[in-house]
Design a protein around this ligand. Structure first.
Ligand SMILES: Nc1ncnc2c1ncn2[C@@H]1O[C@H](COP(=O)(O)OP(=O)(O)OP(=O)(O)O)[C@@H](O)[C@H]1O
Length: 336
């Protein structure tokens, strides 16, 4: 990939994207409720939440397509409301739908957007060549866009968002409906763009869809941020709780589940654990599962006590919280 290099050294400590106490209401619906977070240069940031959580609304405000009731959204320090031209020059937005443009080829489509951004002469040709090479659309440059596969349409939309070589990319549900191969290819393109110093804000309903490609994620529900942190932090429950958790939602606090396999009477072992730890134990065959938030030493002490009390322990393990578990734990499935 060879997007025009900047002679300026990027200032990686300055946020490329900054939401500050963003609020947007539609009638009685608070679509976005005091959302604040920052994305830094070269960072891939996942914006995760169920339907109607407020992702698209926040992204549209950042992309100058909507205005907030209060708070601000900034790109490279420029406010989307007060400085929309500067924001548009620095940002590429890929919406979650694909506009229908019949009877144009891939190249004509991208050329239209290159011209719309004021690219002329050599700059336009250079930009088209770069983008079509990067997205591998050069192989189908003369194909009409109406017949493209979903994966190719996504490439074309990404190409359109990239045509003016923006510093910031906002991708709304880019992985939705893609087959596994197209998803891997998308991930590779996203990683390459981040390696090039671009900042990416990417939305999804599904944490697992973005987990491998994101440096950090924010989880949003009913307009309010519930958690911000790395995927590992979210899994371990060690993420930053949103200082403005306007929903009053409980966020992850416990560390995981212990799974203990035993020989013999699982019912008796369950009673022993329930008495000892004052909690509920689930039995599946000879396997007992229960929440446990202690340290490694606490686990070792519990194992010793179980063996001393005559329970025939075959295996004793700490089940890592799955991404889906963590997501379900942080959110509560509330839809507006
Ligand atoms: N133009 C609008 N007029 C009225 N309500 C709106 C409008 N745009 C969004 N909303 C409402 O705001 C809330 C947030 O919607 P938004 O599209 O931002 O959510 P989302 O997280 O992107 O969801 P999805 O993943 O389903 O696209 C929803 O309740 C939605 O119905």
């Amino acid at each position: 990939m060879n997007f025009a290099p900047s002679s300026e050294k990027p200032d990686n400590s300055r946020p490329a994207i900054e939401f500050d106490q963003l609020v947007r209401t539609f009638g009685k619906t608070t679509a976005v409720n005091r959302v604040s977070f920052k994305v830094f240069p070269g960072e891939v940031f996942g914006f995760i939440g169920p339907n109607g959580a407020g992702k698209t609304t926040s992204m549209k405000i950042l992309s100058t397509l909507d205005t907030p009731d209060s708070g601000s959204a900034k790109v490279d320090g420029f406010c989307s409301v007060n400085d929309p031209e500067r924001v548009r020059r620095r940002l590429g937005y890929m919406p979650d739908g694909f506009g229908a443009y019949a009877n144009v080829t891939c190249e004509e489509y991208l050329d239209f957007f290159a011209r719309s951004y004021g690219l002329r002469g050599k700059d336009r040709i250079h930009s088209l060549r770069n983008v079509m090479g990067f997205t591998q659309l050069d192989q189908i440059a003369q194909k009409p866009i109406t017949g493209l596969s979903k994966g190719m349409k996504q490439r074309l939309c990404l190409g359109r968002a990239l045509i003016h070589n923006p510093k910031v990319l906002v991708l709304d549900e880019p992985a939705a409906g893609l087959d596994p191969r197209a998803r891997i290819e998308l991930r590779e393109m996203i990683t390459a763009l981040a390696d090039d110093g671009k900042s990416l804000l990417i939305s999804s309903h599904i944490l697992t869809e973005l987990a491998e490609m994101c440096d950090r994620v924010a989880i949003i529900e009913q307009g309010g941020l519930l958690a911000v942190g790395s995927v590992e932090d979210i899994l371990s429950g060690d993420h930053q709780r949103s200082s403005e958790d306007t929903t009053g939602g409980q966020v992850v606090t416990e560390s995981g589940q212990l799974v203990v396999q035993i020989l013999g009477d699982a019912g008796a072992a369950r009673s022993w654990i329930e008495n000892e730890l004052s909690l509920t134990v689930r039995i599946t065959g000879n396997s007992l599962q229960f929440p446990f938030s202690g340290s490694a030493e606490d686990q070792a002490a519990l194992l010793r006590k179980m063996v001393d009390s005559g329970i025939a322990v075959v295996s004793f393990s700490n089940k890592q919280r799955s991404l889906e578990d963590a997501f379900l734990h942080v959110t509560r499935g509330r839809v507006q």
